[in-house]
Design a protein around this ligand. Structure first.
Ligand SMILES: CC(C)(COP(=O)([O-])OP(=O)([O-])OC[C@H]1O[C@@H](n2cnc3c(N)ncnc32)[C@H](O)[C@@H]1OP(=O)([O-])[O-])[C@@H](O)C(=O)NCCC(=O)NCCSC(=O)C[C@@](C)(O)CC(=O)[O-]
Ligand SMILES: NC(=O)C1=CN([C@@H]2O[C@H](COP(=O)(O)OP(=O)(O)OC[C@H]3O[C@@H](n4cnc5c(N)ncnc54)[C@H](O)[C@@H]3O)[C@@H](O)[C@H]2O)C=CC1
Length: 429
């Protein structure tokens, strides 16, 4: 079959027709087709994406032991990485013992941009926008009246000269419980139409900004040093090493990326469980990490006297309504499990998870090393990757665990032995 012809108007086909085309053009086996069909039948929201074929599932677990602002939480997390949920629970347990995490939301606003090009005199744009700001804010309100009825809506407008003839008109809005991307874009496009008519013909585009710098959330915790190990001298060493590891992430971008990846292990997993746009959260976090020109660790751990204090600030422009939150049925249940009633609740919980996740990872790094704990759990994934069934996984992981560097070849060999032994056992009976 000709590829180009086969995929023309692909979006108008049913999922079954799409599968048949893929099978023919790309040679999918009968078993592979059945697998795609079986998973498609379990799909929650086939119309959420284009060219729907099947449903790709990721595991969801819950991190326990979270104490945030004097309340206890269980946190749903969606991730494919072993040891992340264990580490979050582990970090949370130790931070709860220290009295728990305090989380605060600084503000919760969204910003968007109308981009002008070919501007000759910036001052003329700036003056006009300043003079007409009330009119422009009104235009934005009329473009999305429902957000105004809910108590939100456009808040302020300003301009920035980007150089080379580009000017950004920035709109800031209160988007209430939504992430707000679509409502912001609607308001921006309405403003752009007025600007184009009355001020400057060359408007380039209108879109929200994912910086999230008006949705900053901070989680902090103070851990008594004595809590960090059984022996007080060891505990001091652990505290010192955690603070040093944190400092390295401030000095060295190479390390900071990994430090932040560890934080995002937890952040992304909660964002996904809550049906939010994790690309938006990722890009905002990394932009924030490089705000002073050098990419740095998002969290910091400082040793002051007998306390190890950790702080994490993240831009978290998440929503509890809109987007996919109502379409994916698990999101509502996850909000209930996490006791999330507002975006602010969610922002605080995500920041707390990021901090606990970071604490567990760094503590493991500077004490036993990451492999000891992480590999214990990664081995389950190795066992599954060579085809062990859920009944065989415990026996196989038990045999892989004592090996210093278990490989796929080891796993295959041991699985074969387990299966042979089982057959011998049955034959003897
Ligand atoms: C892996 C652990 C937790 C083991 O830690 P451990 O010392 O064996 O745990 P424990 O037996 O002392 O248990 C402590 C608590 O951990 C939890 N826990 C313990 N085991 C489980 C389990 N099986 N399933 C679920 N939860 C578990 C559980 O909450 C438990 O409390 P309890 O329930 O007993 O009262 C620890 O070594 C750890 O936190 N390691 C960090 C692992 C990590 O960060 N993994 C992410 C992948 S590595 C990465 O991507 C990021 C990184 C590391 O590069 C970032 C960076 O460089 O900064
Ligand atoms: N650059 C980016 O990040 C972009 C992201 N997106 C996507 O946009 C989606 C999110 O956009 P939204 O505007 O948040 O979603 P949305 O388009 O679903 O709008 C939110 C809806 O919720 C309603 N609503 C009900 N109760 C509300 C309350 N209490 N507060 C606020 N609104 C309430 C609003 O009236 C509105 O209809 C995500 O799917 C995201 O991936 C879209 C374009 C660009």
């Amino acid at each position: 079959m000709n590829m180009k012809a086969a995929f023309s108007q692909f979006y108008k086909r049913t999922p079954e027709q799409r599968l048949a085309i893929l099978a023919e053009t790309l040679g999918l086996s009968e078993t592979e087709q059945q697998e795609l069909k079986r998973r498609a039948a379990q799909g929650d929201a086939p119309l959420l994406v284009e060219n729907y074929l099947t449903t790709y599932q990721l595991p969801e677990g819950v991190a326990v032991n979270f104490r945030v602002n004097d309340h206890d939480y269980v946190v749903p997390m969606v991730t494919e990485e072993p040891s992340v949920i264990a580490a979050a629970s582990n970090g949370a347990k130790q931070l709860a013992k220290a009295g728990g995490i305090t989380a605060t939301v600084r503000s919760r606003l969204l910003t968007g941009q109308v981009l002008l090009s070919e501007v000759k005199v910036y001052a003329s744009i700036d003056d006009w926008v300043a003079l007409h700001q009330n009119e422009l804010l009104d235009v934005a309100r009329q473009a999305h009246p429902s957000i105004v009825k809910r108590g939100g809506g456009p808040v302020s407008i300003r301009t920035r000269d980007l150089g080379e003839g580009f000017v950004s008109i920035d709109l800031t809005a209160d988007v209430q419980a939504a992430m707000g991307a679509n409502m912001m874009n609607t308001m921006l496009e309405a403003i752009a139409a007025v600007v184009q008519n009355k001020l400057h013909r060359a408007t380039l585009f209108s879109i929200l900004s994912n910086t999230g710098d008006r949705s900053l959330t901070t989680a902090t915790v103070s851990v008594p040093v004595v809590q960090l190990a059984g022996d007080p001298e060891d505990a001091k060493q652990v505290a010192k090493r955690i603070a040093q590891a944190s400092r390295v992430a401030q000095l060295d971008p190479m390390r900071a990326v990994t430090h932040n990846k560890g934080i995002m292990n937890g952040v992304d997993a909660v964002v996904m469980a809550m049906g939010n746009d994790w690309r938006a959260i990722e890009s905002a976090a990394h932009a924030y990490a490089v705000q002073d020109g050098q990419y740095r660790g998002l969290s910091q751990w400082r040793l002051e006297d007998d306390q190890l204090t950790g702080t994490l600030t993240l831009p978290l422009p998440v929503g509890t309504v809109g987007g996919a939150t109502k379409v994916l049925p698990l999101v509502g249940i996850n909000q209930k499990i996490a006791q999330v009633h507002s975006p602010q609740d969610l922002m605080k919980l995500i920041a707390a998870v990021g901090l606990a996740q970071n604490f567990a990872a760094i503590k493991a790094l500077v004490t036993s090393g990451i492999q000891q704990g992480h590999m214990k759990m990664q081995i389950r994934s190795l066992a599954m990757s060579v085809g062990a069934t859920s009944l065989e996984v415990p026996a196989l992981t038990a045999q892989l665990m004592p090996l210093s560097d278990p490989s796929e070849a080891h796993a295959r060999q041991l699985l074969k032995q387990i299966r042979n032994n089982k057959e011998d056992h049955h034959a003897k009976r």
